[in-house]
Design a protein around this ligand. Structure first.
Ligand SMILES: Cc1ncc(COP(=O)(O)O)c(C=O)c1O
Length: 416
C-alpha cells in the first residue's frame, strides 16, 4: 500500500498567494487551468526537483509526468546542461552585446533542424509563434491566419479568441478557423479568403485538452503544404510542445513535409528560458524586418544550456528512447485498466501521451468525471498527472519509476 499524501503547507502558501498574486497561481500551473479536480488532492507548490521527480512543500515525492509542462526532457537538474550553463554564467549572461555563443547555438539549430536556414531567439513559446506569424504577414503583405480548431499557440492577443477577457475584435479580425484533419475545409477557407491568407499555423498533431489526441491523417500535411504553396501562404509549425519529443530534425520532418517556419521552446534547453523560430531562407528578410526583441532575448546562459541539451539529446538517441519509455508505460496502464474493467484511452505520441478513462462517456462525448477521480487517486499516491492535458516523458525516467507507476495505478483503480 502506498501512503496517501496530504497538502497542508501547499494550502497555507496558496492562501498567502491569493492575497498578493492575482488568482494565487495563474495560467496552466494554477488550479483552474491545471484542472486539479478534486483540487485538494494536488500540491500547489514544490520544494525541489531531481531527475524525473519533484518534492512538494509538504515533503511528498512525486514521479512527475508533467515535466514542467514540457521543458524537462533530460531530467531535472541534468548535470551536463547545468554545468554548461554555470560555466557560461561565470563568463557573462545578459550584457550590452550578445556573447558569441548565440551564433554557435544558431549554427547548431541550422545543422539539426531540417527546414532551418536561420534561427531567431526569444524567450517564450508565445514570442516564437507571434514572431513567425508577424514574419509571414511581413513577407506576404497579407493578413489572414488559418488555425486548426482546438489549437493553442500561446497567449498573445492574435492567438486568443473573441470571447476571452481582454480581447477586442480587432485582435482576432484576421483569424480563420478550420477543423483538424479536414482538407476540404482548408481548401474552402483558402477559396473564401483568396489572396488574403498570410499563413497556416498548426501543431504537428492535434494535442488539444479535454479530448483524445489525434495524429494527422495519411497525406494531410502534404495537402496543407500544397495548398500553402498554391496560395503563397507560409506554413508555420508550432513545435513548442512536441519539439524534440518526435524528431530532433523537427516534427514537420517526422511527418514528411517541410515547414516554412518552425517554433521551439519548452524542451529546447531542458528548462532554461529560451525559445527559437527556425525558418527557410525565403523568410529571413521578413524576420529581419520586424520590430521584435526583448530585454533578455540574447542572454547567454540559456544558449549554453540549449547547446548542451541538443548535443545530449543526440548522444542519447532521443526521441526514440522517450517513445519506448512512453509506450511501455501506456501499454502497462491500458492493460491494468482493462484487467480492472476500465476503458483507458492512451493517445498521441507515447513521448507525449494523453490519457482518458472513457467508461462514463455520454453518447460518445467525454464526461471526464471518472477520469478526474482516477487521476486524483494517482496523484495522492505520488504519480503526478493532470486530468485534461497531455503528459511528457523525460530521459531520466527509469524502468523502476514505470514499475512503481503501474503498481500505484493498480491501487488507484481499486480505490476508484
Ligand atoms: C503548442 C504550444 N504553443 C505555444 C505555447 C506557448 O508557449 P509559452 O507558454 O512558452 O508562451 C504552448 C505552451 O504550452 C504550447 O503548448
Amino acid at each position: 500500500m502506498y501512503p496517501i499524501y496530504t497538502h497542508e503547507k501547499s494550502r497555507e502558501i496558496f492562501e498567502r498567494a491569493l492575497k498578493v498574486i492575482p488568482s494565487g497561481l495563474y495560467g496552466h500551473q494554477g488550479p483552474a487551468e491545471g484542472c486539479w479536480m478534486p483540487v485538494e488532492e494536488w500540491p500547489a507548490f514544490t520544494e525541489k526537483a531531481q531527475g524525473s521527480y519533484f518534492w512538494d512543500v509538504d515533503g511528498n515525492k512525486y514521479i512527475d509526468y508533467m515535466c514542467a509542462y514540457g521543458p524537462n526532457i533530460l531530467g531535472y537538474n541534468d548535470a551536463d546542461v547545468d554545468a554548461a550553463a554555470m560555466e557560461q554564467l561565470k563568463k557573462e549572461n545578459c550584457v550590452t552585446a550578445p556573447h558569441k555563443i548565440m551564433v554557435d547555438f544558431a549554427e547548431l539549430l541550422v545543422d539539426t533542424v531540417a527546414c532551418a536556414d536561420w534561427a531567431f531567439f526569444c524567450k517564450n513559446g508565445s514570442d516564437a509563434t507571434t514572431g513567425a506569424v508577424m514574419a509571414a504577414r511581413s513577407h506576404t503583405h497579407k493578413e489572414k491566419i488559418i488555425f486548426f480548431k482546438g489549437y493553442y499557440h500561446g497567449v498573445h492577443p492574435w492567438s486568443q479568441k473573441i470571447d476571452y477577457p481582454g480581447i477586442v475584435p480587432g485582435d482576432v479580425a484576421g483569424s480563420v478557423y478550420v477543423p483538424w484533419n479536414d482538407e476540404a475545409a482548408l481548401e474552402e477557407a483558402f477559396r473564401k479568403n483568396k489572396g488574403k491568407v498570410a499563413a497556416v499555423i498548426g501543431q504537428p498533431y492535434w494535442h488539444g485538452n479535454f479530448a483524445d489526441n489525434v495524429l494527422p491523417k495519411e497525406g494531410f500535411w502534404q495537402k496543407v503544404r500544397k495548398l500553402c504553396d498554391e496560395n503563397e501562404a507560409a506554413l508555420i509549425i508550432d513545435d513548442v510542445r512536441t519539439g524534440w519529443r518526435l524528431d530532433l530534425a523537427g516534427s514537420d520532418h517526422y511527418f514528411g513535409f517541410k515547414a516554412d517556419m518552425i517554433c521551439f521552446c519548452k524542451a529546447l534547453a531542458n528548462g532554461y528560458n529560451v525559445s527559437a523560430i527556425c525558418g527557410q531562407e525565403k523568410y529571413k528578410n521578413a524576420m529581419s524586418s520586424l520590430s521584435y526583441t526583448g530585454s533578455y532575448w540574447m542572454s547567454a546562459v540559456p544558449f549554453a544550456a540549449g547547446i548542451a541539451c541538443i548535443n545530449k539529446m543526440k548522444r542519447l538517441g532521443l526521441p526514440k528512447v522517450l517513445n519506448e519509455k512512453g509506450k511501455q508505460l501506456c501499454d502497462g496502464l491500458v492493460e491494468i485498466a482493462k484487467n480492472k474493467g476500465y476503458d483507458l484511452h492512451a493517445t498521441g505520441a507515447p513521448s507525449l501521451f494523453y490519457l482518458r478513462l472513457a467508461n462514463d462517456d455520454i453518447k460518445g462525448t467525454p464526461s471526464l468525471f471518472l477520469h478526474q477521480k482516477w487521476i486524483a487517486e494517482m496523484v495522492k499516491r505520488g504519480v503526478y498527472l493532470t486530468s485534461h492535458h497531455n503528459h511528457f516523458i523525460n530521459a531520466s525516467l527509469s524502468d523502476e519509476d514505470i514499475k512503481i507507476t503501474l503498481d500505484i495505478a493498480n491501487e488507484a483503480f481499486d480505490a476508484l
